[in-house]
Design a protein around this ligand. Structure first.
Ligand SMILES: NC(=O)c1ccc[n+]([C@@H]2O[C@H](COP(=O)([O-])OP(=O)(O)OC[C@H]3O[C@@H](n4cnc5c(N)ncnc54)[C@H](OP(=O)(O)O)[C@@H]3O)[C@@H](O)[C@H]2O)c1
Length: 345
């Protein structure tokens, strides 16, 4: 069903042009210098955000993006560029130190991500795990106190949106049953790199759901909204490092069904515009938990209408994997920054 959902989205759905008003808001976009993050920044500026912070690993590329974004939207001075290398936990921590001085932070679009078929260690983790998972959640956790402070000072409901992917349906993380799943995924002898990107996106969705549970009050009301989303298959630089059959398949698929980068970016803006109703949810085509395919959800429980999210994520095993992976993640983050789990209350 999820595969049909994907094809239906690519072929028949065009996410609507965002209209949400971001007046007075400050939004961080990781990897905002190109691709989906860059186009999302353009929308958010057009929609009156006071300040967009591009968190980028290359300051010069960030500066170029700032210049074109400000020129195109005539929003001079509304874009700031900060250095952030998501492959390095020291860089994440240094970036957060800078963000502690920001007066008001409304939302964070955790967009920076990589696709690679090559096993390379970065800061102790296979690079996809390091960038897409470990440091994405390290950054989210370190920004929680900044967002909480903004909520108190400005009476706002801050948001954390994680750019995951519909490709999460390609893997059910059989390794979740291993004693230490991250250790298995991080073992070059056991790593299946052809599956690594979908695994990283599945982990993002599971961990976003787990984090959302910890960022709600006793009545389930979010203190910080956490959601995840898929932009759909979109033309960008994501597959630039792909090789072999994967590169060929990616290029053919891109020609046949990919969205334009601007069109895909609308889904990022939709997610970061959402309030409490999206808490812990996954968004597809700019809508919470996707759409109903021909009004039918095959193999879903009677009242379940979420075909975009994989059956595994919605299963009992998925829920167990989610909690197991959350515990493992917290251990990893504690090793990076002692005491960090306390931000989750
Ligand atoms: N395109 C799709 O079809 C698609 C579908 C589903 C989900 N997504 C997700 O959408 C997000 C954006 O991807 P995209 O399609 O826009 O790809 P992209 O064009 O390759 O852009 C990726 C962005 O992430 C940044 N980035 C990569 N590694 C980084 C690091 N170590 N530190 C900081 N920034 C880093 C890149 O910065 P540099 O310029 O410095 O490399 C770039 O700004 C990713 O999370 C991706 O998984 C994309």
């Amino acid at each position: 069903m999820a595969a049909l959902s994907f094809l239906y989205s690519q072929l028949f759905v065009t996410p609507p042009i965002p209209t949400h008003d971001f007046t007075e808001q400050t939004i961080i976009i990781t990897g905002g210098n190109r691709g989906l993050g860059y186009e999302a920044a353009r929308h958010i500026l057009r929609l009156n955000a006071a300040r967009v912070i591009l968190a980028v690993r290359s300051i010069s590329s960030g500066q170029t993006a700032k210049e074109t974004l400000e020129r195109d939207t005539k929003r001079w001075g509304a874009v700031d560029v900060y250095e952030l290398d998501m492959a390095s936990h020291a860089s994440v921590q240094a970036f957060v130190m800078e963000m502690k001085t920001v007066n008001r932070l409304d939302a964070v679009l955790l967009n920076a991500g990589i696709f690679t078929q090559d096993f390379v260690l970065q800061d102790g983790y296979e690079s996809t795990l390091a960038v897409n998972v470990v440091h994405t959640f390290l950054l989210a956790a370190l920004l929680v106190p900044v967002l909480r402070r903004a909520a108190e000072a400005h009476g706002i409901l801050p948001r954390l949106s994680i750019v995951a992917s519909d490709r999460h349906v390609m893997n059910n993380l059989p390794e979740w049953k291993e004693e230490n799943t991250f250790r298995v995924l991080n073992d070059p002898k056991r790593a299946k790199m052809s599956q690594r990107y979908p695994v990283s996106k599945l982990l993002q969705i599971l961990l976003a759901r787990a984090m959302a549970k910890r960022l709600a009050d006793a009545n389930g009301k979010p203190v910080i909204v956490v959601n995840s989303l898929t932009p759909g298959y979109t033309n960008s630089g994501l597959m630039n490092n792909a090789h072999g059959v994967t590169a060929l398949a990616g290029a053919l698929l891109a020609k046949a069904i990919a969205r334009k980068t601007e069109v895909g970016s609308r889904t990022l803006v939709a997610a970061v515009s959402m309030g409490a109703e999206s808490h812990g949810k996954y968004m597809n085509d700019s809508e919470i938990d996707g759409y109903v395919f021909l009004s039918v959800c095959v193999r879903c429980p009677a009242n379940e209408t979420r075909p975009a999210l994989s059956p595994f994520v919605r299963s009992e095993d998925g829920a167990k994997a989610q909690e197991k992976m959350w515990k493992e993640l917290l251990d990893i983050l504690e090793n990076r920054v002692a005491g960090i789990s306390r931000v989750f209350g």
